[in-house]
Design a protein. Sequence first.
Length: 262
Amino acid sequence: MKAKLFFLFLLIPFINSYAQPKGDPKLTEIWSPVPKVIVPGKTVTIDAPSDAIILFREKKDSINWISKKGKPFNWKADDSGITVVPFAEDAEYSAEEKQKNAVQGLQTKQAFGDCQLHIEWKTPLVVKGDGQGRGNSGVLFMGRYELQILDSYNNLTYSNGQAGSVYKQYMPMVNVCRPPGEWQSYDIIFIAPQFKNDSTLKSPARMTVFQNGVLIQNNVELWGSMQFIGIPKYEVHAAKEPLLLQDHRNPVSFRNIWIREL
C-alpha cells in the first residue's frame, strides 16, 4: 500500500498539470489491493462519558443541527435516530455548486477542532444500486475531512472509497462492515490541522478510526480536504469548524452521536 501511495505522489505534478482540467474522478481511485474482510464483534453502542457533548440521542437533539446552508434541520428524526432525506437541500444549491459536487448535508451548530467522536450508522435494509451508489454518506470533520460511509458488505468499489476509508486518501486496514440494515459504529480521534501566520501548513490533520470495535485507520496523516476530482490539498481555515453528515442521496440513518473536545 505504501508503494502505491508513493507512486501516486510521484504522479501529482502530472495530474495537476494535465488530468484535473478533464475532471476525471477515476484518476484518484485505487482498486487494488482490496482490504481483507473480517467479522466484527456484536457490541455497537457505547454510552457517552460524563464530559461528552451529546449531538444526537433523541429527537429533541435535532436542535443541535442545521443544514450546511444554515437552514433549519430538514432530515427525518425520531427517538431512534436521524435519517437522510435525499434531495432535501437541493433548492439551497446553485447549478454551479451541484456541478462541482458540492457536499450537502447537516452540520452541527457548534464548531470543533481536536476531538473524539462516537457515531452509529446504518445503510438501508433494502439494497439499491451498487458501488458508490449504495448506502453512501460520510462524516466530514470541519466540513472538509471525510471518513466515508458506504454499504461495503459484498459491494465492490474502489478501495480508497469504501466504508472506513479516508475518502480517496487511505483505504481501511480491513473491511469490517455489517450487512445492510444493521447498526454499525465509528469511534474516531481527529486532530485538526494547524496553520502558520502566513497561512501555510504547520501540521497536517490526523485521524484514527475504529469501526465496530476494530482499528481500521491508525493515526493517518491527511493529505488535505476531501476532493472528488484531483489531489487533496489544504486551504487555511478556522481552528474550529462544524462537523458535517453528508447527504449523498441515500437514506442512511444515524444515532447515539456524541463528541469530546480534546
